[in-house]
Write a protein that binds this ligand. Structure first.
Ligand code: PXG
Length: 289
């Protein structure tokens, strides 16, 4: 595998970062998880825009233009003959001292990994997944805004540990008000009487690119979609619940905290949106050439 690091494509064994990189020492940096489908990078422009916005929020200067970064992602995919895969684009604060001061770090480090994707088993998409709400509260936006896709994912990891310890694969996190925020690596939607609802960005969530695409697809098809405060009650009493994310795409939820959701299998709206999402994914994006 060839890794892009410090402006060059190098063999995996030569792709190394310093122990003084603040990405490692403090989780100081930002990233994107991106998919390639059918020889194209899906929604690359949106991922690059979000990366720059995350960086701006933490006062991190990305040492490359958006156009340059776009080319570097495509180049890394090409060098690894990726047609369908997963791209991890990371920008760390770079090498600094043993102290928090980010201004003592010389230059941001850009790393791009283009690899195969580890998918959830197909059966989970057909049968739907069970999830739980957990005690770990989603980061307060005035402490660390979840809109920043930062290298510090401990908040999500703590929630993921709770989910796995309860025997399920994914957790729903609530915000400090007890309202639904999002899953550890996915956004959440509920469907009730054909109305689709999802928490607004100010609930304290990552504004997912899959989330935005699914909202657009649903509205194009004539569904009403509202960004609205949701409680656990709304989850338990939904006809359908589904999660969206780059890794999971659109996946139906059939059980939350041992309450069966809807008919106990992925519903009509979920299956329709999953299908439309997949059609769009395999026919659009930045060509890898
Ligand atoms: N919320 C959180 C907290 C996320 O981390 C999403 C929502 C969905 O956003 P997108 O833009 O992907 O629709 C994410 C995305 C990984 C991995 O390797 C994680 C994500 C995406 C891709 C890979 O764990 N998180």
């Amino acid at each position: 595998m060839k890794i892009y690091i410090s402006g060059k494509l190098v063999a995996q064994r030569d792709a190394k970062v310093s122990v003084f990189d603040h990405g490692l020492l403090y989780g100081d940096g930002v990233f994107e998880g991106i998919r390639a489908y059918n020889g194209r990078v899906f929604m690359l422009d949106r991922h690059i825009d979000r990366l720059f916005e995350s960086a701006k929020a933490i006062a991190l200067e990305i040492p490359m233009t958006k156009e340059g970064l776009t080319r570097a992602v495509v180049r890394t995919c090409k060098a690894n003959s990726i047609k369908n895969g997963y791209i991890r684009l990371v920008v760390t604060r770079g090498v600094g001292t043993l102290g928090l001061n980010p201004y003592l770090c010389k230059k941001g480090e850009i790393i791009i990994i283009a690899d195969k994707i580890q998918l959830y088993p197909k059966k989970l998409y057909e049968d739907g997944m069970a999830i739980v709400t957990v005690g770990t509260v989603r980061n307060h936006p005035e402490a660390l805004n979840p809109r920043i896709k930062s290298l510090n994912y401990l908040n999500n990891i703590l929630a993921k540990i709770e989910a796995i310890n309860s025997g399920v694969l994914e957790a729903v996190m609530l915000n400090v008000h007890g309202n639904v925020a999002e899953a550890t690596g996915d956004n959440i939607f509920v469907v009730k009487d054909s109305l689709i609802r999802t928490p607004p960005p100010d609930a304290g969530i990552l504004k997912g690119i899959t989330r935005d695409v699914v909202i657009e697809l649903a509205r194009d098809h004539g569904y009403e979609v509202r960004e609205e405060t949701l409680s656990r009650y709304d989850l338990y009493n939904a006809d359908e619940v589904f999660l969206t994310g780059t890794a999971a795409e659109v996946i139906g939820v059939i059980d939350i905290d041992r309450r069966p959701i809807g008919e106990g299998k992925p519903g009509r709206v979920t299956r329709y949106l999953a299908g439309e999402f997949h059609k769009l994914a395999v026919t659009s994006g930045e060509p890898i050439q």
